[in-house]
Design a protein around this ligand. Structure first.
Ligand code: ADP
Ligand code: MG
Length: 257
């Protein structure tokens, strides 16, 4: 399944102000099935709002968001959402956390367990099923959160800065293991990040947003091999040329503001 934004504008009305706040304006882009696209831009420019609309948590004020060609009308099980904070339930073991989404869908116990175990294996957490979240490192907790997101078998996953709270070393390793897992599962992915080289390392394409209201400044095709292995891409000098280009776009925008 792919996803598409057609001239999407989102405004928020608040009690504090008469004028609505425009978070994003006239956003049009497409992510084809199996593609990995990143969105970068200054903080507050509407990146998370874009994910929330894709997940069906907010409706656009104008325009349309489509998943697999169908307008999004609300949350649905084709779309998995993962945030910077892992949001694992501290009183549940890792496997019980991974089973959570399946439980609420009424999946039978044995099937649930089997799925959860295989997702944990896929996310390199074999043997940690009966640990509690506090017993795991930050990187492992994010992998558990990915396992939980994948357990509902989504066609699309939305990642909102999933690596930004991690130390540099863990971040690189996790980018690599997420990229491998996602490429193998052929899941369509939209990643929000403020790390420009991360966007280049992981994506087929990078959408660069302006300051709020977020509009698309430019979309950059990352023409590099090995999307499934960001660590290998990291050796390629072109990565830094792409990142510098994005940096310049953002800097120019800041001067215009
Ligand atoms: P980003 O993720 O790029 O930092 P967000 O999408 O979180 O930006 O927010 C974009 C703008 O919309 C911000 O000014 C934010 O305060 C505002 N905003 C986000 N969600 C809401 C909401 N539910 N109600 C009112 N304003 C919101
Ligand atoms: Mg955000």
């Amino acid at each position: 399944m792919g996803l598409e934004f057609r001239q999407v504008t989102k405004q928020f009305v608040s009690q504090a102000s008469v004028d609505p706040l425009t978070a994003v304006r006239d956003i049009t882009f497409k992510v084809e099935e199996g593609e990995f696209v990143s969105v970068v831009g200054p903080s507050g420019c509407g990146k998370s709002t874009i994910l929330s609309m894709t997940a069906g948590l907010y409706a656009p004020t104008e325009g349309e968001v489509l998943v697999s060609g169908e307008p999004v009308r609300g949350p649905n099980s084709h779309v998995g959402f993962m945030l910077q904070k892992d949001l694992l339930l501290p009183w549940r073991t890792i496997i019980k956390n991974v089973e959570f989404g399946l439980e609420s869908r009424g999946v039978a116990r044995a099937t649930r367990r089997e799925r959860a175990l295989s997702e944990l294996a896929r996310c390199q957490l074999d043997g940690f099923d009966n640990h509690y979240p506090y017993q795991l490192s930050g990187g492992m907790r994010q992998r558990a959160a990915l396992a939980r997101t994948l357990a509902i078998d989504p066609d699309i996953i939305l990642l909102d800065e999933p690596f930004s709270a991690l130390d540099a070393q863990t971040k690189l390793l996790l980018q690599n293991s997420f990229a491998e897992t996602i490429a193998q599962a052929k899941i369509t992915t939209l990643l929000i990040t403020h790390d420009l080289s991360e966007a280049v390392l992981m994506s087929d394409r990078v959408i660069v947003l302006s300051e709020r209201p977020g509009t698309i400044l430019e979309t950059i095709d990352v023409e590099l091999p090995d999307r499934a292995h960001p660590l290998a891409r990291r050796q390629m000098p072109q990565v830094y040329e792409y990142a510098a280009r994005i940096f310049d776009l953002l800097k120019l925008d800041e001067r215009a503001a």
